[in-house]
Write a protein that binds this ligand. Structure first.
Ligand code: TRP
Length: 338
């Protein structure tokens, strides 16, 4: 079926395969994806090629985590009958489109891209930035356009990458004189990023402040016990602050009983409610949330043949779609055809 005849809007998003996913990913994107797969045609990219752009010294890590992230997807309820899960490096059309698009963007523009600029600083690359890393926004533009995706659910930090994609799209469409590639729109979640258990702005495995989706009951309990609260709330009788208090931030993110959370907040603010009481409540919520995910995760992990089969089927579906777009782009640019 030609791409233009598919009815549901097309979503593409993905994750770099640098480590198993955690609760921050669940709050920020995974949970959303399990809903979106019912209303949209959804593709999820296991972005191993992109992960490689700053992990070329550790390809084994990038490779190993392809299956880990796939297992995370399945464990949270991504249904392979509704969502196409595919491995980026298994789709050569993405690499070919990247190569072509590189001619529609300048080095200066890539260096000005706020996402890239920040990441280059963060990694201390300066002028020794790998070419592949500098160009990963171009490769992401290839990902997005190859699927002709129009909705890209990503965190706020990724918004400049979508803008960069659209610039490439406009530049290419102008070159060929028609709207072959659609522009895409970032879908940025309204809820902010989940902080780490230490209260730092970002939950991240490398910062040691993350709760992995595979966390055992003991790990969950310990994480909640260590969680950053209000440093001035020394005695249970003291009035406490809810804002910036990680335990409350997590309750807001994961507890469905809104009335209960409001009641806890009111009592905490007033004084008379100890941290331990609120933490016990949160621990209950997280144990309930993560227990089925952990069980499903273990089941998929013990059946890698099934997971690989999901990835093979995903690759073949994605291959068809991305090759079709590549063919159109090649023809539109008038590349030599044998
Ligand atoms: N850059 C994304 C991340 O760091 C991963 C990614 C790769 C992606 N290709 C994509 C996201 C295409 C959205 C669309 O998590």
């Amino acid at each position: 079926m030609p791409i233009s005849e598919t009815e549901k809007p097309v979503i593409l998003t993905g994750d770099r395969t640098t480590g198993p996913l955690h609760l921050g990913h669940y709050a920020g994107s995974l949970r959303n994806r399990t809903t979106l797969q019912h209303t949209h045609q959804q593709f999820l990219l296991l972005a191993d090629t992109q992960a490689f752009t700053d992990n070329a010294d550790n390809p084994e890590k990038v490779c190993r985590n392809v299956l880990e992230v796939a297992i995370d997807y399945l464990a949270v309820g991504i249904d392979p009958d509704l969502t196409t899960i595919c491995v980026q490096s298994a789709l050569p059309a993405l690499a070919e489109l990247t190569m072509l698009y590189m001619n529609f963007v300048t080095v200066a523009r890539l260096e000005r891209n706020p996402t890239i600029k920040t990441e280059i600083q963060l990694r201390g690359f300066e002028r020794d930035v790998p070419v592949g890393f500098l160009c990963y926004p171009v490769s992401q533009a290839a990902d997005i356009t190859a699927f002709k995706a129009t909705l890209i659910p990503v965190g706020e930090d990724q918004a400049p990458l979508i803008e960069q994609t659209n610039e490439i799209v406009r530049r290419l469409n102008r070159q060929i004189g028609r709207e072959l590639l659609p522009e895409a729109e970032a879908m940025i979640p309204k809820v902010g990023r989940l902080p780490g258990i230490d209260g730092k702005a970002k939950m991240s495995k490398s910062l040691g402040n993350a709760i992995p989706l595979s966390a055992s009951p003991d790990e969950i309990r310990d994480a909640v016990r260590q969680m950053y609260t209000d440093p001035n709330h020394l005695r249970a009788t003291d009035p406490g602050t809810v804002e910036g208090n990680v335990v409350f931030t997590y309750l807001d993110a994961f507890c469905d009983d809104l009335a209960l959370v409001e009641d806890l907040k009111a009592r905490y603010r007033e004084g008379g409610l100890g941290d331990m009481v609120v933490k016990r409540q949160l621990e209950d919520v997280l144990q309930t949330l993560l227990s089925p995910i952990r069980e499903r995760r273990a089941r998929y992990a013990s059946d890698p043949a099934y997971v690989i089969d999901v990835l093979k089927k995903g690759a073949s579906k994605a291959m068809e779609r991305t090759e079709e777009t590549l063919g159109e782009v090649r023809a539109a640019l008038g590349l030599f055809a044998l």
